[in-house]
Write a protein that binds this ligand. Sequence first.
Ligand code: ZN
Length: 50
Amino acid sequence: MKRCTVCGEKFIPNSNRQKYCSDCKKKVLKEQRDKARDKYYRKKFGNNEK
Ligand SMILES: [Zn+2]
């Protein structure tokens, strides 16, 4: 049993490097995807943020 570093929930890791429960893993992966996409768009269209 390991403890999720995000929500603190106990979970059984599929690999010994897994840090998140399956719920948080989904969220974290999505966030990473969103960030990567964000970076990509910023690069492509320039940084238009104020
Ligand atoms: Zn979690």
